[in-house]
Design a protein around this ligand. Structure first.
Ligand SMILES: Nc1ncnc2c1ncn2[C@@H]1O[C@H](COP(=O)(O)OP(=O)(O)O)[C@@H](O)[C@H]1O
Ligand SMILES: [Mg+2]
Length: 360
């Protein structure tokens, strides 16, 4: 067995995903879980993402908290699989993004102190995967398309759509075409923010509330003119751009209508990205929490009637754990002194071995 662990805390700030992956033959997911964050940590992470200024003390405390959650998630995973630290080659930790700015003058910063993770798990921790790609002129994001290519490529018209807080699309290469991948814009982030801010609930379960609403067409039309959507890849984004503050005053609208319109914004920006850069009649494999939003999926299918839309599960990869698996894979790559970025996706000037290594 060649066991690696991947850790991922996404923009939704819902929890810490942890995946145990065996790379001894192909890519085999052994086990995975999500350690849900307590409500106060979720709230703190979400408000931190939008705060114009952050006290250093707050950052340092959160850095430690995310590291502690990471070590805890690893311990739970090891325990329930009857494994010890000696069985694991390395941990690949994404951490939690505090700030991400695309190029030019790009930067990306993830917290979750890797020294602390190495110390408290007794396992080598590889972390800070994005900044080497940025130093080489890339976006540092998305990083998952290289992993999609590694385990989901089959030479046909196939795309992978990860719907987290932000959504990212990978267009897998066919003979004669290059791998393409970029953030399409909002996934669940705006709907989640509305639910948390206005309705005191975590999310629109299965998209049920949005399904009852009417799309506010004028608003939708305005929102779709945001320059990000017409930018050519390579491109990446985050909650700095896609948060409710940029969408104007919605206080007089009915919640169901706002949710229907926010869901439609995600569905339209995703399907427009597929039409511009992918295959409208291709296979669209979906992963990430947004897969569970049935109404969002229905709207994506509505805009892409010829697409063959299904879960990545149909191609053998569990949709909830694919991103955490990608960071286990990136750790495996770095451990083998292999590059982890796809310059065609990020725009970096070349392939790079990613991350810093914090020995056990
Ligand atoms: N049953 C569900 N109904 C609607 N949305 C869901 C459901 N389950 C998960 N989600 C959405 O998925 C998000 C989490 O997805 P995830 O892939 O973990 O995103 P991230 O990588 O940004 O953390 C939640 O915040 C929520 O919006
Ligand atoms: Mg998540």
């Amino acid at each position: 067995m060649s066991l690696y662990i991947g850790l991922m805390s996404g923009t939704s700030a819902d929890g810490m995903d942890v995946a145990l992956v065996d790379f001894s033959s192909s890519v085999h997911l052994v086990d995975a879980l999500c350690l849900d964050y307590p409500a106060d940590l979720r709230t703190q992470l979400r408000s931190t993402a939008l705060a114009p200024e952050l006290p250093v003390k707050t950052i340092m405390q959160l850095d430690r908290t995310i590291a502690a959650r990471s070590a805890e998630a690893v311990a739970v995973l090891l325990q329930r699989n009857g494994l010890s630290k000696a069985d694991i080659h390395a941990i690949g930790s994404h951490g939690h993004t505090l700030r991400h700015k695309s190029q030019p003058d790009g930067f990306s910063w993830q917290i979750g102190d890797p020294s602390w993770i190495a110390e408290h798990t007794g396992i080598t921790c590889i972390a800070d995967f994005r900044r080497r790609d940025i130093a080489a002129g890339g976006q540092g994001a998305p990083l998952v398309p290289a992993f999609h290519q590694h385990c989901l490529s089959q030479g046909g018209k196939r795309m992978v759509l990860n719907i987290g807080g932000i959504a990212n699309l990978t267009v897998l290469p066919t003979p004669g075409t290059e791998l393409l991948g970029f953030d399409t814009g909002p996934g669940n982030a705006l709907m989640d923010e509305w639910c948390q801010r206005e309705l005191n609930c975590a999310r629109d379960e299965y998209g049920q509330m949005a399904a009852q609403g009417n799309i506010l067409h004028e608003r939708l039309h305005d929102w779709l003119t945001l320059p990000y959507f017409s930018k050519q890849p390579p491109k990446s984004t985050g909650r700095e751009l896609f948060n409710l503050n940029i969408l104007g005053d919605l206080s007089r609208e009915h919640s169901e209508d706002v949710l229907a319109t926010l869901t439609e914004l995600s569905a339209c920006s995703i399907s427009n990205a597929v039409k511009s850069h992918g295959y409208r009649d291709g296979e669209l494999l979906i992963c990430g929490g947004g897969l569970h939003n049935h109404f969002l999926l229905k709207r994506i299918q509505h805009h892409l009637p010829q697409a063959d839309i299904k879960s990545t599960e149909k191609a053998g990869i569990h949709p909830d754990w694919l991103e955490a698996m990608a960071f286990a894979w990136l750790a495996w790559r770095t451990d083998q002194h292999l590059s982890g970025n796809a310059p065609a996706v990020t725009g970096a000037s070349g392939e790079r071995i990613l991350g810093g290594i914090y020995p056990a």
